[in-house]
Design a protein around this ligand. Structure first.
Ligand code: SAM
Length: 184
């Protein structure tokens, strides 16, 4: 936790660049990639492929390292077609997406992804804390049930909270960064 108490902003980019838990980046899955900006950035850092999933792929790209999958990421039957049964990933991440889903789905289906993370790999999440006011229609992940779920699958997790000013819309979000991992 101490290592995370610095002034850096919370973002996937800063997290990866901080080399905080020394993730060896070879493969990743993004849940809810939206415009795909994070996957695009990560593709320059990563050895193998990124599976970037979204219900609505906003922009197709011709980057050979990114496999865009237009699907509900909780539709694991469909997603399983893109993941070999024995494939494991270094990093599974999601930014401002998970909260737009039902609590039941999160509890029942998110573990499918947790089990796809390699030993020593990471689950990285950015989402909103309970006092977020702008995004009111959402499932609140800043609650015991969510952290109970995390504890079932990971030996270690660390959190930081922050207020982040979004220039594009001119308002401030209250967010948390969650980093979960098992030792290798
Ligand atoms: C607020 S946007 C965030 C996009 C991007 N991660 C970012 O940080 O800019 C949320 C995205 O999550 C996607 N999403 C939410 N739930 C999803 C689900 N169950 N399956 C696939 N995509 C989902 C939405 O379609 C949307 O593109």
């Amino acid at each position: 936790m101490n290592n995370m108490r610095n002034k850096r902003e919370l973002s996937l980019k800063k997290f990866v660049l901080s080399n905080y838990i020394k993730i060896k980046l070879s493969s990743a899955i993004e849940l809810g990639c939206g415009s795909g900006k994070d996957a695009l950035w990560l593709s320059k850092k990563i050895g193998k492929k990124i599976l970037a999933i979204d219900k609505e792929i906003k922009k197709n790209n011709d980057n050979k390292k990114i496999i865009n999958v237009e699907a509900d990421y909780f539709d694991v039957k469909k997603i399983a077609k893109y993941i070999k049964a024995d494939n494991r990933y270094d990093l599974i991440y999601s930014s401002y997406s998970l909260c737009f889903n039902d609590k039941e789905q999160i509890i029942n289906v998110l573990p499918f992804y947790f089990k796809k993370i390699k030993n020593g790999g990471t689950f990285y999440l950015l989402d909103f804390t309970s006092d977020e006011e702008i995004v009111s229609k959402r499932t609140n992940l800043w609650e015991i049930w969510f952290f109970d779920l995390i504890k079932k699958y990971f030996d270690h997790f660390e959190i930081r909270t922050k207020k982040v000013f979004e220039k594009e819309h001119g308002h401030t979000h209250r967010i948390f960064e969650l980093v979960c991992f098992n030792p290798s």
